[in-house]
Design a protein around this ligand. Structure first.
Ligand code: NI
Length: 160
């Protein structure tokens, strides 16, 4: 495993749409392993492949406090959302920046694992936001495009 450089704002690759993964091979597994290490080293809760310069629909996430909820999402799609939340959001590609976004409160996702098997996931709160944030990355969308005006009473700040 190795860490990879995280692409920062200003690089136009962040605005590009990622292509689906078709081969669940050793190269994909290497990418996933490197993304996992890169995300943990950067103390983020999620990372999309485009953020390490690879335009493929690949995401790693861990919204837990203690590295116990690690997920790999290949070709993820949101299948259902409920409610809404307004919370603070950041991004490893926009260091030092944060803003309030409007996201669903509950998000259901289907995605393939590293061997191509389809799996179902459900997230609430931070995890729901992270699903949306990372899947947006795969479509070239940054959280700043989802920003809404600041409202009182917001505390959580994370880098996704
Ligand atoms: Ni991000």
């Amino acid at each position: 495993m190795a860490t990879r450089n995280i692409v920062k704002i200003g690089d136009s690759i962040l605005n590009k749409k990622s292509r689906p993964v078709e081969k669940f091979d050793a190269r994909l597994h290497q990418l996933l392993d490197d993304m996992r290490e890169t995300m943990y080293q950067a103390e983020g809760v999620g990372l999309a492949a485009v953020q390490v310069g690879v335009l493929r629909r690949v995401v790693v996430m861990d919204c837990s406090q203690d590295k116990t909820d690690y997920l790999e999402l290949i070709n993820p799609e949101i299948t259902e959302t409920e409610g809404e939340q307004r919370e603070q959001e950041g991004c490893l590609s926009l260091p030092g920046e944060s803003g309030i976004t409007l996201r669903p409160a509950v998000v259901r996702v289907k995605a393939q694992d590293r061997d191509g098997n389809w799996c179902l996931y459900k997230g609430e709160g931070l995890k729901a936001r992270c699903f949306c944030h990372e899947i947006d990355h795969l479509d070239g969308i940054l959280f700043t495009e989802r920003e809404i005006p600041y409202t009182e009473g917001l505390e959580n700040s994370v880098s996704e």
